[in-house]
Design a protein around this ligand. Structure first.
Ligand code: FEO
Length: 395
């Protein structure tokens, strides 16, 4: 993709990673992009860099606008390597550039790439005058890492929040009004659920802080995916709703796996029971669906049922992976319940409930276990469990 102006003398010079399908475990079915922005002014500034294998492409995009040796400032909003791993290459070419970042990120740059950089540190509220434009910095710890910060273009009201408000969405288009809105919001939700969900309380506070500070946005230009220019308030409102739990609806998600079909039968009967209460029901068998999809479905659900057969006296491996993953993401305010079949010995339901309680989840007791193959009476109990959970979800 070639450089694209996002405002007068501000260019998108990032790269599109069409073929990425695995972002440290997150299934990125639509690829991603690493967005970087170039400012032409009395001083030349580059906001963020890209993944190391795309360094030459980033530099080629910069060269379409200006000789990269002329870059005066490289703003590093976040050290994670999808953004920073081309920094050594870029800094070698932009040999007179000063790196602008916060103290945490400065330490991390040195720990990742050595001390051979000219770094100036800033704090929240500090500004950098480029000429006709001014950059203001706002530290945003944990959005996504402790070092994360936002860069705000004061005159144009453009927020460059790095990971926040992004999507893993490769496209030849750069702006929200150029892509399908449903697809964009779907990818934004997937990204929020799989990356930012554990940070919900911080997100609510940060959005309140940014609004209170008057940093109203005419445009939000994140470091992944599509730029929000048509209606930036749409993604801000979505973040408010996701992080506060307001987006939760009468929806029950059933995630399970099965060995010989018994837990599958249970899941289907539970789904019927939940649906009989009129709630939306989503059923995902792991190995047919991945954790990324299941986690996204859970984002706006009020209740989650997880089913696992017992294998070797414990959870089935896909479910153990899922429970570990979801415990780290800490979805708030859901009701959890567990079910599964067993053969010669139990273990899965006990272990799932224990993992959930340890993660601080609200667990509906008791779970439901069936020996070998569910009979009609067992399936009636499954139906009843689904109905009960749906009733609770509607409260
Ligand atoms: Fe896109 Fe936290 O890196």
């Amino acid at each position: 993709m070639v450089k694209t102006p996002i405002a007068e003398d501000i260019y998108w010079v990032g790269v599109v990673d069409w073929n990425l399908r695995d972002f440290h475990g997150y299934v990125t079915r639509r690829g991603t992009s690493y967005n970087a922005y170039l400012f032409l002014d009395d001083k030349i500034a580059l906001v963020d860099t890209v993944k190391y294998m795309f360094a030459d492409e980033l530099l080629a995009h910069v060269r379409e606008v200006i000789d990269p040796e002329k870059i005066d400032y490289i703003i590093v909003n976040h050290i994670e390597m999808d953004h920073s791993s081309s920094l050594p290459t870029v800094a070698k070419i932009a040999k007179n550039a000063t790196i602008i970042t916060n103290e945490r990120c400065r330490e991390a740059i040195i720990e990742h790439y050595g001390a051979d950089f000219n770094i100036k540190t800033i704090k929240s509220g500090d500004t950098l005058k480029l000429g006709k434009r001014t950059l203001m910095f706002n530290e945003a710890p944990m959005l996504h890492w402790p070092d994360s910060m936002f860069t705000y273009v004061v005159e144009d009201k453009i927020l460059m929040p790095n990971d926040a408000f992004g999507q893993h969405f490769a496209s030849s288009k750069r702006f929200d009004d150029e892509v399908d809105e449903h697809t964009l919001m779907e990818e934004a939700a997937t990204y929020y659920a799989n990356i930012l969900m554990p940070l919900a309380p911080l997100i609510t506070r940060k959005i309140q802080e940014v609004v209170a500070a008057g940093l109203i946005c005419c445009m939000i230009a994140p470091s992944h995916g599509i730029i929000w220019r048509k209606d930036p308030s749409k993604i801000i409102q979505a973040y408010v709703d996701w992080s506060s739990g307001k987006a939760a609806k009468n929806k029950v998600v059933i995630v399970y796996d099965t060995m010989w079909g018994s837990t599958d039968k249970m899941a289907r009967a539970i789904a019927d029971g939940a649906a009989s209460e009129g709630v939306e029901v989503k059923v995902l068998k792991l190995r047919a669906s991945d954790n990324t999809e299941a986690i996204t479905e859970i984002l706006e659900a009020k209740a989650v049922l997880v089913g696992s057969p017992t294998l070797n006296n414990q959870m089935f491996p896909t479910i153990a992976s899922f429970m570990n993953h979801i415990a780290g993401l800490k979805p708030q305010g859901k009701i959890w319940s567990f079910f599964g079949s067993y053969g010669w010995g139990k273990g899965a339901v006990r272990d799932m409930a224990e993992a959930a309680r340890k993660a601080g989840f609200e667990v509906h007791e008791p779970g439901l276990e069936v020996r070998f193959v569910p009979d009609q009476e067992d399936l009636k109990q499954c139906f009843e469990l689904g109905r009960q959970i749906a009733t609770e979800a509607k409260k």
